[in-house]
Design a protein around this ligand. Structure first.
Ligand SMILES: CC(C)(COP(=O)(O)OP(=O)(O)OC[C@H]1O[C@@H](n2cnc3c(N)ncnc32)[C@H](O)[C@@H]1OP(=O)(O)O)[C@@H](O)C(=O)NCCC(=O)NCCS
Length: 147
């Protein structure tokens, strides 16, 4: 894990998403209370912790580093960091048609708890539902060293 760098986060994000977030947006997010980033050379996870709830704001692995376990490891490290920050439950939203991310979250123990209709707008203007998922965080994780 390295220190969070808004410029590097924006560069990684741009390789993973069609609508990239700017370095300024990352800097603003990182300055907000409860926002935590775990950044690696090929990917990162951004989490917001508010009281006993945490949310995955975004997760990205660059295309050349996919299917090697980094995404799953970032989610597990994020769960540990969120638990250490006081969260008891971890939430996320994922586009209904994002098969890789949904498969990862299913395998990581997240369960669907809701749906936001037409939440995302695609490049062609079409709308996609967001699936809302959550996972309980184990209090024991607060004392476990990062993997
Ligand atoms: C989703 C994403 C982070 C996955 O990262 P990754 O490092 O490739 O994921 P992992 O290698 O840790 O995969 C863990 C498991 O997720 C599932 N999975 C990951 N990618 C998959 C794919 N393309 N198809 C099917 N299952 C997939 C598999 O079960 C995989 O385990 P396995 O490789 O042992 O079969 C990456 O594809 C990405 O950055 N996508 C674009 C951005 C994005 O959609 N972020 C999530 C927004 S909510």
């Amino acid at each position: 894990m390295t220190a969070s760098d808004p410029v590097a986060l924006a560069a990684l994000h741009a390789q993973a998403f069609a609508a990239p977030w700017s370095a300024r947006e990352f800097a603003d997010l990182l300055s907000q209370p409860g926002v935590l980033a775990i950044q690696e050379p090929d990917g990162f996870i951004l989490i917001r912790v508010v009281l006993d709830e945490a949310e995955i704001l975004t997760l990205a692995v660059i295309p050349t580093a996919r299917r090697l376990g980094l995404g799953r490891r970032l989610v597990e490290e994020g769960a540990v960091v969120a638990t250490q920050a006081g969260a008891a439950r971890l939430f996320l939203e994922v586009a209904e048609d994002n098969t890789p991310a949904r498969a990862l979250y299913d395998r990581a123990g997240f369960r669907q708890i809701g749906r936001r209709k037409a939440y995302y707008t695609q490049a062609d203007g079409s709308r996609t539902d967001a699936v809302v998922m959550s996972r309980d965080l184990c209090v024991d994780q607060a004392n476990v060293p990062l993997p």
